[in-house]
Design a protein around this ligand. Structure first.
Ligand code: PEP
Ligand code: MN
Length: 337
């Protein structure tokens, strides 16, 4: 439920509302807008069903929330959330680009990729150190050595690091190296890991599961937020459909859906979303037009010898060309890049 305070409610009115709710063992979540404050209420459904708040001074109305997710919902928090990643803001007017190789392979590869993507305008370096590969015989990533390389190279080029966590046991270690922890599509419903990430101090990028509905995805984010970590962003990376020409079907309608239902930022990954190099740039442009807050793009200095996802990786040259023409689309939707 949410309690909507009237525009002229006093501080004391608000305190009394919060006090009453907390005295009934309910958790409150304040969202202060320009006009009015909204108090989100979470707790025992039976207690909430019998709540009478309209009589209290300063209360305009109460609204029942039927969806299971609350903290994630735009009803709870009407304004867009902006996540501060150590100085880089995701969810505001500026579209942020995360780019780099699928997997960290070695220092030279990572440096070449970082140097190119930074020059073209990316602010966040991506790269997997723990790779969730379909086959156990494929390259599984460099582990902690990969994390060290990511941190070293990102610092060298004044970039932030986003990298995937595949096991909750690794979270603490990864916090020493990464600025954003990525939950991959295959782990979107790893609820134990989501709960553990709720206690993390780092922002989380939650990729959409291979066949997850929007509602399942939003509920997965709620798992993280209920643990206390409010810095969650979504990442649309394509879903499984009957189409085989593309690796996945990039669901750009998810951008509009998430914007309608949630206040959290959304990133689009056209690399995994299509699996095909020629389609990455058009889909990156479309993502911005659809309202994405950020892009995640795989770039490899030599895609033909990449240890993973070479087919969908842009060359530094392709990436530079793409970045050069995103500005006009950003401008058309009231953003910058
Ligand atoms: C990745 O970003 O490297 C990755 C493995 O993505 P996904 O979880 O979307 O497949
Ligand atoms: Mn990849």
């Amino acid at each position: 439920m949410i309690v909507v305070m009237s525009p002229n409610a006093t501080k004391e009115n608000l305190q009394n509302v919060v006090k009453k709710l907390e005295s009934m063992n309910l958790r409150t979540h304040l969202s202060t807008g320009d006009e009015r404050t909204i108090v989100g209420v979470i707790g025992d459904k039976k207690i909430i069903a019998n709540l009478e708040m309209e009589m209290m001074a300063g209360v305009e109305k109460t609204v029942r929330i039927t969806e299971k997710y609350k903290l994630v919902s735009r009803d709870f928090h009407p304004q867009d959330t902006i996540i501060d990643v150590d100085g880089v803001q995701i969810g505001g007017k500026e579209i942020i680009v995360m780019a780099g190789p699928c997997a960290v392979e070695n220092l030279e590869q990572l440096r070449e990729a970082a140097s190119a993507v930074k020059k073209a305008g990316a602010k966040i370096l991506r790269g997997g150190a723990y790779k969730p590969r379909t086959s156990p015989y494929d390259f599984q990533g460099l582990g902690e050595e990969g994390l060290k390389l990511l941190r070293q190279v990102a610092d060298e080029f004044d970039m932030k690091v986003v990298t995937e966590v595949v096991d909750r046991e690794d979270i603490q270690l990864m916090e020493n190296y990464a600025d954003i922890l990525q939950v991959g599509a295959r782990n979107m419903q790893n609820f134990q890991m989501l709960k553990a990430l709720g206690k993390s101090t780092k922002p989380i990028m939650l990729k959409r599961g291979l066949s997850a509905t929007i509602s399942e995805w939003l509920n997965a984010a709620e798992y993280i937020m209920t643990g206390g970590n409010e810095n969650v962003m979504f990442c649309e990376r394509g879903i499984r459909t009957y189409e085989t020409f593309t690796r996945n079907t990039l669901d750009l309608s998810a951008v509009a859906a998430v914007k309608e239902l949630s206040h959290l930022p959304i990133v689009v990954d056209p690399s995994h979303g299509t699996g095909r190099r020629p389609m990455v740039a058009p889909m990156a442009r479309a993502a911005i037009a659809a309202g994405a807050d950020a892009l995640m793009i795989e770039v490899h200095p030599h895609p033909e010898i990449a240890l993973s996802d070479g087919n969908q990786s842009l060359t530094p040259d392709d990436f530079q060309k793409l970045m050069a023409n995103l500005g006009e689309i950003a401008k058309a939707v009231g953003k910058t890049i």
